[in-house]
Write a protein that binds this ligand. Structure first.
Ligand SMILES: Nc1ncnc2c1ncn2[C@@H]1O[C@H](COP(=O)(O)OP(=O)(O)OP(=O)(O)O)[C@@H](O)[C@H]1O
Ligand SMILES: [Mg+2]
Length: 367
C-alpha cells in the first residue's frame, strides 16, 4: 500500500504536480512559503476529502484557477486510483475511487489510510475531546468491521433525541424509541471502541517506550457515560436535566481518551517536547496496529518535524517510522537535515519545491 503516482492541478501555489514517490521515505525540501505543506495538504485532501489547514476547501484552489484536481494511483490493485475534484463555482466535491464515480467519502478514507503529524497535531492532548475521539474512531473504523454503520445509526438516534429535547413538550413515546436506538447502537459503538483500545494500548506503550520512556504515563478509554450503569438507564435517568440543557449529556458522543502522568492530566505536567513525543507515539501506534490487525499500512504525512524535538529524539522518531516500512512524506526547510537519517536499505526519494518566478512553485525530484 502506497502511492505510485500523484498528479495535482490547481493546488495553492503549486504548478501542476507530477510526482513519482518512493514507496518508502519521501523528503520534500524547500524554503519557507515554497509549497511543502501545500503538497502534504493535497495528499490529505486526496485521502480524506478535507484539508487539515482550512475548513473551506475553496481556499486550497489556486488563485484564479477554475478548479482543483487531485489524482493518485495506489500500489497493488491496478485500478486502485483515487481522484478528487473541487470546482471553484461549486461547493461539491467530486470523488472517484477505483473507477467509481459515485464513491462516498468513506470509500476514499477506507482506500488510503492516512496519518498526519504536524505542529497542530500536538493539540491532541490539550484540545477538546473531539480531536481524541476522531483519533479513536479512525482506529476503530480501519480495524473493526461494521463500525461506520453503527456510528451512523447512533448519530441519527442522538440527533432525533436532541431535537425532541429542544422541542419543549416532550412526547415520551417518541423519546423512548430514540433512546432505545441510541442505547442499542451506542452500546455497540462502545464495544468496538473498547475492543480496539485493548489492542491499541500495548502497541502504544511499546511505541512510547522506544521513543521516550515515561513511567507513570497512562492512557484510558472513557466511554462517555457512567461506568456502572447501562446507557439506557443513564438516558432515562437524565431526561429532565438533558431537557434543561437542550442536549444529551452522556453517551458515545462524549467518549474520550484520557492521558495522564502520575494521575495528573498529561497536558499540565509534560514539557512541550514530551507532549510532541507522546502524540507522535499515539500516531505511530495507530499505523502499527493497523498493520498488525489488517495487514494494511497507512501513509504518513509529516510536516515540520524538527520543531521542538532534539536531535536524539528526532532520530528515534525517524527510526521507528522507518521500521514500520510505511510510505512517508516528510517536509524540511533544511536541505541537509533529513538526508543522512535513513538506513541504507530504505528507499528515499528527495524532492525540492522551488519558486518558479511566476509567483508559483514547482516540485522537482533531486538527484
Ligand atoms: N489559494 C492559493 N493560491 C495561490 N497561492 C496560495 C494559495 N494559498 C496559499 N498560497 C501561497 O502558497 C505558498 C505556499 O505555502 P505553504 O504553506 O505550502 O509553504 P511551505 O513550503 O510549507 O512554507 P513553510 O516552510 O513556511 O511552512 C504561500 O506563499 C502562500 O501564500
Ligand atoms: Mg509549511
Amino acid at each position: 500500500m502506497g502511492l505510485l503516482q500523484l498528479n495535482f492541478d490547481g493546488l495553492r501555489n503549486l504548478q501542476p504536480v507530477d510526482m513519482v514517490p518512493s514507496p518508502g521515505i519521501n523528503v520534500i525540501n524547500g524554503a519557507n512559503g515554497s509549497g511543502k505543506t501545500s503538497l502534504l495538504e493535497g495528499i490529505h485532501i486526496l485521502g480524506m476529502g478535507r484539508s487539515f489547514r482550512t475548513r473551506q476547501l475553496k481556499h486550497a484552489i489556486q488563485t484564479d484557477a477554475p478548479y482543483l484536481t487531485l489524482y493518485g494511483r495506489l500500489a497493488g490493485d491496478p485500478d486502485a486510483a483515487l481522484g478528487v475534484r473541487r470546482l471553484r463555482a461549486s461547493s461539491e466535491l467530486e470523488l472517484r475511487v477505483k473507477g467509481d464515480k459515485n464513491a462516498r467519502l468513506a470509500d476514499l478514507v477506507q482506500t488510503m489510510p492516512l496519518q498526519l503529524i504536524n505542529p497542530d497535531a500536538f493539540r491532541l492532548l490539550e484540545g477538546s475531546p473531539s480531536g481524541r475521539r476522531e483519533f479513536l474512531d479512525w482506529g476503530v473504523f480501519h480495524v473493526k468491521q461494521g463500525f461506520l454503520e453503527i456510528w451512523k445509526r447512533a448519530r441519527r438516534a442522538l440527533k432525533h433525541r436532541n431535537a425532541l429535547l429542544r422541542h419543549g413538550r416532550i412526547n415520551p413515546q417518541e423519546l423512548v424509541v430514540w433512546e432505545q436506538e441510541l442505547a442499542n447502537w451506542g452500546g455497540k459503538m462502545d464495544a468496538l471502541r473498547r475492543a480496539w483500545f485493548t489492542e491499541f494500548l500495548p502497541v502504544f506503550e511499546e511505541t512510547l517506550e522506544r521513543l521516550l520512556p515515561l513511567p507513570g504515563l497512562t492512557l484510558h478509554y472513557a466511554r462517555g457515560w457512567d461506568k456502572k450503569r447501562t446507557l439506557a438507564d443513564v438516558l432515562e435517568g437524565s431526561r429532565q436535566t438533558d431537557q434543561q440543557m437542550g442536549f444529551t449529556q452522556q453517551g458515545p458522543q462524549r467518549a474520550d481518551l484520557r492521558i495522564k502522568l502520575n494521575k495528573q492530566p498529561a497536558i499540565e505536567v509534560l514539557s512541550r517536547g514530551q507532549q510532541k513525543l507522546v502524540v507522535s507515539a499515539l500516531k505511530l501506534a495507530q499505523g502499527r496496529l493497523l498493520e498488525s490487525a489488517s495487514q494494511r499500512r497507512c501513509i504518513y504525512l509529516i510536516d515540520d518535524l524538527p520543531a521542538e524535538l532534539d536531535e536524539h529524539h528526532r532520530l528515534l522518531f525517524c527510526q521507528l517510522l522507518e521500521d514500520m516500512r510505511c510510505q512517508v512524506f516528510i517536509t524540511s526547510v533544511e536541505p541537509q537535515a533529513l538526508r543522512q537519517t535513513w538506513q541504507a536499505h530504505t528507499r528515499v526519494n528527495m524532492f525540492h519545491v522551488k519558486h518558479a518566478g511566476n509567483g508559483l512553485s514547482q516540485l522537482m525530484p533531486e538527484g
